[in-house]
Design a protein around this ligand. Sequence first.
Ligand SMILES: *Cc1c(COP(=O)(O)O)cnc(C)c1O
Length: 411
Amino acid sequence: MTHQLLEHASLAQFSVQNDCLQIGGMALTRLADRVGTTPFYAYDRKKITERVELLRQKLPREILLHYAIKANPMAAVVQHLAGLVDGMDVASIGEMRVALDTVLAPEKISFAGPGKKMHELRSAIAAGVIVNVESQQEMELIAQQGRDLGITPKVAIRVNPDFELKSSGMKMSGGPKPFGIDAEYVPVVLKQLGLLGLDFMGFHVFSGSQNLSAVAIQEAHEKTVQLAIQLADYAPSPVKLLNIGGGFGVPYFPGDQPLDIAAIGVNLQHLMQIIKQQLPNATVALELGRYLVAEAGIYVCRVLERKMSRGQVFLVTDGGLHHHLAASGNLGQVIRKNYPVIIGNKVQGATREIVSVVGPLCTPLDLLADQMPMAAASVDDLVVVLQSGAYGLTASPTAFLDHPPPIEVLV
Ligand SMILES: *Cc1c(COP(=O)(O)O)cnc(C)c1O
């Protein structure tokens, strides 16, 4: 079948047979029967594997790939990725437990995020996980816990750089930020780190999320490497780990172009030469969340009712913003754009129409698609939101209106 008539570029990554989307090597209708209920999220393990393979192919061989669990913490997804990546980044004690339950050694796991509590730091240190230090106060707590436990904590300094990641969907660095230690203050902290006897691993710089500009990412990588080289002069011991962050974006909306990974790879190849000279003990890691899982996942709900209101068609479904906040437009605080939404069992359809897809919540914000072209659907048809493998279920307000949560499957 050809995709030329279809509205969504992201659909091109899926095969379609008899007008039905295929996922995990089977027809979506068959998967829905096997799951036995809607709504559900399905993540395709082969697509996740292929994504890691693509990165291995396009990026320098020495670059370590880490998975940032918060993008999709489903245990089966994390287990699958544990066999593919070199490490994981966790942002809570719950995520740390999921990561420690995999084959990965504790020193391959790093724990970032502001506001880490005493018991969380204690668990991380006891487990041998690397703690990414976000403030001076936190560093002092880490040292104290290490002394209590009789363990030398492994720490990396999370740096809030003096630059920002341009064209990022979400900026996490540059200017005043709650994340990391301001670059200009890092020399002081490094001195104290040495006096406290902590095991200095290196630096962590995460500057933004959902970036589709290879040029902006390359620039951030260059500045990150420069900054790490400058700061290394103040470190008590050589840099062993340089985590240059993630933020690789995926296309969601019309006009979004996939990220040029090859260009990022060429630039990193060049930067690796500099790193080998200037920071000879350092291994370099990329920590990616969204890029590894977003395109491998779909959200599926069922049409309960076709409703006409003053000339417009509404598909009322059993899914909605309580399961998929991002597709609804994040509670209407931003200019809403439609995620790629299709009728999964009538991808092309005999006739097409403009419809809005809504959920069961009593709010006009419960909108999965706003006046979008798709195949004419009837009751029981399956609505599919593509690009849903990252920041889906666990980034949604599932308690809002008290409907049951959706199921998740890795297929
Ligand atoms: C969220 C987060 C990531 C993952 O970001 P993506 O944009 O999903 O790649 C990586 N590192 C840290 C520290 C994060 O907080």
